[in-house]
Design a protein around this ligand. Structure first.
Ligand SMILES: Nc1ncnc2c1ncn2[C@@H]1O[C@H](COP(=O)(O)OP(=O)(O)OP(=O)(O)O)[C@@H](O)[C@H]1O
Ligand SMILES: [Mg+2]
Length: 309
């Protein structure tokens, strides 16, 4: 919170006030006082576009990140992240490559732990869960990892049946009913005996989606469902995500850097950059944001504050 406040104040202060603010502290040559400011004159504040605006999404929070910091060695990936994912909506986390979107998802399911701060799922702190609690908590989630992550040695049917066999004591008849229903839902009815390497990228994604749904998850995470797909298949997959969400409800979190996908399916958008949310809010509000960074990013333009760093 302290960081957020500092950024807020600094932003409120803005460059125009710069001569006044340090002046009130000037003593001697005054330089020491200026150096202690978070963004000394002449150096750009890396968080100047981060309004941290938390526009109301009008729902309960399914997932919350509270002041989360995460570094790998000297590489700070999440740097005081505050983010809420609303219940019952399709949310998208957008951000340039390598900003920590996948790292974010891994915190939600307890595959990574924050160095500082907390991650709450339905109000419960993931980092403080015991192994048993974590195991139970993960049943709430359906996850479609970035590469589809099907088991190469199993046919589609067995891939989709896998979570049911592992996490439930349902009999094979009931499992067959669920697996066939989910395969049909994603347009793969009749493809159950195909092996993953016989499928196109789009079919593998859809199979991964079917597998993510078999335990009737309350929360579904998609890590770049559109990566490696052509524009038509991406559009079809987006439609599928919307349809399945309408049918099943729950909190969907879709990670992407594809703005077209965001336009198609997002109800709530959070833009991640430099380890914090630049802005988050209902999709239509973000697409009309007057924040230069948000405008550039959502328009996919070369001109603007976001460069090739
Ligand atoms: N387990 C790990 N160990 C060390 N560094 C990691 C680990 N996981 C991620 N990172 C680093 O964290 C940063 C963010 O990675 P992440 O995969 O979350 O990016 P991303 O936003 O998902 O990017 P992309 O859009 O390319 O998938 C990268 O610099 C990456 O090298
Ligand atoms: Mg990623």
């Amino acid at each position: 919170m302290a960081d957020e406040e500092r950024t807020e104040k600094q932003r409120g202060g803005g460059a125009q006030d710069a001569p006044e603010k340090p002046a009130s502290r000037l003593e001697g040559d005054g330089r020491a006082a200026v150096v202690s400011e978070p963004a000394p004159a002449g150096e750009e504040d890396p968080f100047r576009w981060h309004t941290g605006a938390k526009r109301d999404h009008g729902a309960e929070d399914a997932i919350e990140f509270i002041d989360v910091k995460k570094s790998f060695g000297r590489n700070t990936v999440l740097n005081g992240l505050n983010l809420s994912i609303p219940e019952g909506k399709i949310s998208m986390i957008l951000g340039p490559s390598g900003t920590g979107k996948s790292v974010c998802i891994k915190h939600m399911v307890g595959l990574l732990y924050p160095d500082e701060g907390d991650v709450l799922v339905h109000g419960e702190s993931v980092p403080s869960m015991s192994d048993d609690e974590l195991f139970e908590m993960r049943k709430k989630f359906g996850v479609l990892f970035q590469d589809g992550a099907l088991f190469g040695s199993m046919n589609l049917y067995d891939n989709v049946a896998f979570p049911l066999r592992q996490h439930t004591d349902k009999g094979e008849d009931e499992i067959a009913e669920i697996v066939n229903r989910r395969l049909k839902e994603v347009g793969l009815a009749g493809a159950g005996d195909r092996m993953p390497n016989e499928l196109s990228g789009g079919m593998r994604k859809r199979a991964g989606f079917a597998r993510a749904l078999v335990l009737d998850p309350e929360i579904v995470l998609f890590d770049e469902p559109d990566s490696g797909l052509d524009p038509v298949r991406t559009a079809l997959l987006c439609e599928l995500i919307k349809e399945v969400h309408e049918e099943n409800g729950g909190a969907y979190v879709v990670i992407t850097h594809d703005i077209m996908s965001a336009r198609r399916v997002a109800e709530y958008i959070a833009i991640l950059w430099k380890g914090r949310i630049v802005e988050a809010g209902p999709a239509e509000e973000l697409f009309n944001s007057d924040n230069e960074f948000v405008r550039q990013f959502l328009a996919g333009e070369a001109q603007g504050p976001l460069g090739m760093e």
